[in-house]
Structures are given as structure tokens and as C-alpha cells.
Design a protein around this ligand. Structure first.
Ligand code: EPU
Length: 422
């Protein structure tokens, strides 16, 4: 298992190009199952979750070809409409193939995702939505089977709570359904809009993506196309916080500043200078002291839960008490105890973390527990005194493309130590 060795104390300076969004690339890859024609996707990040999704598409019978950041998928025939346990257990977003497989093939079998580090994360809302569209869904032997041999029928699907991949799954099911579907209380994340853009290029009729009501008029078939994935706002946000926490001066290129508003508002309140340069560049500068600022995670356009752990690392360095409230997932504070081992002063009370700062952090041996928690530890290590060893970085490799190279490129003292070569 690889680990990172980080020596803190260097202000990061220079420029970093942001990669394509993992959470946009995953549904886009799943959407390629909706047509027998080739779909070519650009800007696909080279991270482990993407490799998992590409293997999953391959196992359904699709032909896949990966060349750098471009993936070509040709699902001429679906031979096995299934997401097996081995894949779902490593990446619960595998359930994104449920909607497209039933819509295209009339049948799908997807392993139920178990619990994961950040909470129970059920898929009942995906299932309920598919039933509304006329699929018959049964559950046995740890698998969910959905069947709609005569095709799906448009319907009103009301989500009890906002779900990102649930909205995406249903959108992909609705595009080939007969008649009109209305998704009510839909997720408004930019990744949903990106998926709708791709589906529209494939011939789908969709209105309202990016708002909480999405209307879809089903079409008989979809076609091949080419599409570029949007930049990863969570990766970009992680680097903005890296610039802020190290007192650095970073320019992010190839990003979408309008997707990062909730974070930039908080950073500015904390005393960090964030400027937007044109439509795709952002600069973050921080020299002086940081002020504590409370934060509550919310669905988009609120503050993303996927940046909560990194924000907590930042607040350990801010002057005063900050209250961080996690409303999306019930168990997403595992990074707090590792940050405490580095000297942070954090108290957890249910869904709230109370962070008192600034505290000088000192390097320690810490362990990654999930993707974003690992990013938070890397950020803390960047500002800690001495050496931090971060174990189990396979978590970070699920969603960040060469993070150690990108950080080293702007002066960070971070090294990947590969197993067996220590
Ligand atoms: N939920 C249900 N039932 C469902 C679906 C969701 O109760 O059927 C609950 C979840 O347990 C959670 C809440 O609804 O408490 C929101 O979950 P959501 O479905 O929106 O999460 P997701 O679609 O599984 C995506 C991202 C996550 C991100 C969340 C929230 C992808 C592939 N994953 O997950 O990303 O945290 O939305 O924004 O898009 C990450 O990248 O590190 C990551 C975890």
C-alpha cells in the first residue's frame, strides 16, 4: 500500500491545471450504455474510480478504449447487464449503470452497495424512481434486479430527499422512456447539468437541468457523440484550500469559478484573497492570519460535503472557534481524529464539529479513511511542523489525479513511497 511522506511549512506557489470531474465522468461513462453507437469522452481524469467504471462497462459487453484523458465506449451489444459485487464494493457509484441498463436492455442486475466509510448510503431513492417509471424491482442474494421488458414509461418522480447519483440514474432511465418524465426535487449539482448536456448531444430531450425540476421527453433512440467533461470543482476547491492553508499564491487554470462560489465566499470571509481571472482561472493568496468562519454543508449551490474535510483542516489554522455542520452524510468526520493526532483542537458533537484555532500542527503518522478525508490530511500535513506519513493513499487515488505531482509542482514537499521500495 502506497503512502505519502509530507514535510510541511512550504507556502505553495505557482500554477496547477485542474483535471476533469470524477463525479461527472462516472455518470457520463454510464450514459454511453444508452446507445449502440460510439461515445467519445474527453477530460476523463486518470483515477481509480474511473478505471473501475471502465471495467464495469467492459463487463457488460461494451468495447472500451482509453487513451490518456479520452475514453471511447462502444456498447454495440449488452451481453451481461450486471454490476457485480466485486466492483460495487469498491465503488458504490457503480449503481449508476442501473438506470441506463434497464432503459436500454430492459433488465439490469446490480449488487446492493453496502455501508461505506461515510455512512449507510442506500439506493432506495433510485429504486423508487425506477418503479415509478414502470420497472419491476426485486431484491435477492444481495442484488437488485430491475426489469422493464416493454420499456419504461414517463412519470412524475418525486425525490424524498435530494440525491445526486439518484437524479443522474433516473435521468438516464427517463431519456428512453415513453412519454414525459418530471423529476421533482432533483439535484442541482453541475455534474447533473453536465450529464444532461451529454445526453442532449446524444439526442435526448431534457429541460430544466440545474434546477430542482427536470423535464424529459423520451425518445426512441440515442446516438453516438463526443463530449468534454467539466473541470473537477472538488479538486479545484482542495487546491484553493491548499493555497490558503500554506499562506501561498496559487493560480488554478482550467477550472470553472462559478462552480466554486460557496467555497470562495467562505475563504474571503476567512481573510483569504481569491480572485477570478477570466472564465477559467482563479488565484488564491494568503499571507496573514486566517479568521474562523462557521460552515454548514448543503446540496448545491450550498457548501459541498466533498470539501468539508479539507475546510476543517483549514479551520484548525484559523483564529477563533468555527462550527462545522455536516448535513448530507451521518458519519463524515473520521478525519477529525487524525487531525487531532496532529495537534488540532476539535470536538465532535453529533453532526457538528467545533474547531478551535489556530493550533500548530505537528507531523505524525496518520491514516486515510476515505477519499476526501485523505485530502484533508494532505492539507494539514502541508502546514504541519516536520514529517507526516499518510498511510492508505489508495483512498486518495480513487479521486485525485496525481495529487502529489501537482502539489510538488508548486513547491510542496510530498513524496509517494511505493510499497516494497522504502
Ligand atoms: N440517500 C438515500 N437514499 C438514496 C440515495 C441517497 O437515503 O437512494 C441519502 C444518502 O445516504 C445521503 C444523501 O441521501 O445521506 C445524499 O446522497 P447522494 O445520493 O446525493 O450521494 P451520492 O449520489 O451517492 C454523490 C457523490 C459524492 C457526494 C454526494 C453528495 C458521485 C459519484 N458521488 O454521491 O461524492 O459526496 O453526491 O454531494 O457523484 C466523493 O466524490 O468523495 C463523494 C463521496
Amino acid at each position: 500500500m502506497d503512502r505519502f511522506v509530507v514535510t510541511g511549512g512550504v507556502p505553495l506557489k505557482g500554477s496547477i491545471a485542474v483535471s476533469g470531474a470524477k463525479n461527472s465522468a462516472l455518470p457520463a461513462l454510464a450514459a454511453s450504455l444508452l446507445t449502440e453507437e460510439p461515445v467519445v469522452l474527453h477530460g476523463i481524469p486518470r483515477v481509480r474510480d474511473i478505471a473501475t467504471m471502465v471495467s464495469l462497462l467492459g463487463s457488460t459487453g461494451a468495447r472500451t478504449q482509453v487513451e490518456g484523458g479520452t475514453v471511447r465506449i462502444e456498447a454495440a451489444r449488452i451481453t451481461q447487464p450486471e454490476a457485480p459485487y466485486e466492483l460495487v464494493k469498491t465503488m458504490r457509484a457503480s449503481s449508476l449503470v442501473l438506470g441506463p441498463l434497464v432503459a436500454r436492455h430492459g433488465r439490469a442486475r446490480v449488487s446492493m452497495p453496502g455501508g461505506c466509510a461515510i455512512g449507510a448510503r442506500p439506493i432506495n431513492l433510485h429504486v423508487h424512481g425506477l418503479e415509478q417509471l414502470g420497472a419491476e424491482v426485486t431484491q435477492s442474494h444481495g442484488y437488485i434486479e430491475a426489469a422493464a421488458p416493454d420499456g419504461m414509461r414517463g412519470a412524475v418522480v418525486h425525490f424524498d430527499r435530494i440525491t445526486v447519483t439518484g437524479t443522474e440514474d433516473l435521468l438516464m432511465a427517463a431519456v428512453l422512456a415513453k412519454g414525459e418524465t418530471v423529476l421533482v426535487n432533483a439535484a442541482r449539482e453541475p455534474e447533473v447539468t453536465d450529464l444532461a448536456d451529454l445526453l442532449t448531444r446524444m439526442g435526448a430531450r431534457i429541460e430544466g437541468a440545474g434546477s430542482s425540476t427536470i423535464r424529459v421527453v423520451g425518445v426512441d433512440r440515442l446516438y453516438g457523440t463526443e463530449h468534454r467533461i467539466i473541470p473537477d470543482r472538488i479538486e479545484a476547491g482542495t487546491f484553493l484550500i491548499a493555497g490558503a492553508i500554506t499562506g501561498g499564491d496559487l493560480l488554478l487554470t482550467e477550472c470553472r469559478p462559478e462552480h466554486l462560489t460557496a467555497l470562495t465566499v467562505k475563504l474571503r470571509q476567512a481573510g483569504v484573497e481569491v480572485t477570478v481571472e477570466g472564465s477559467s482561472r482563479m488565484r488564491v493568496r494568503s499571507g496573514g492570519r486566517l479568521r474562523s468562519v462557521d460552515m454548514t454543508t448543503e446540496e448545491h449551490p450550498g457548501f459541498p460535503t466533498d470539501l468539508q474535510a479539507q475546510y476543517m483542516a483549514l479551520m484548525t489554522q484559523a483564529d477563533g472557534i468555527s462550527l462545522i455542520t455536516e448535513t448530507i452524510f451521518e458519519n463524515r468526520f473520521m478525519h477529525a481524529s487524525e487531525l487531532m493526532r496532529m495537534g488540532a483542537n476539535i470536538r465532535i458533537e453529533g453532526r457538528q464539529a467545533i474547531v478551535a484555532g489556530p493550533r500548530e500542527l505537528s507531523g505524525a503518522q496518520v491514516m486515510s479513511s476515505d477519499l476526501r478525508a485523505s485530502a484533508s490530511l494532505v492539507l494539514a500535513a502541508m502546514v504541519a511542523k516536520g514529517e507526516t506519513i499518510i498511510d492508505r493513499v489508495y483512498h486518495i487515488d480513487r479521486g485525485y489525479e496525481r495529487i502529489e505531482e501537482k502539489l510538488a509542482g508548486v513547491g510542496g514537499n510530498i513524496l509517494r513511497v511505493r510499497e516494497g521500495r522504502e
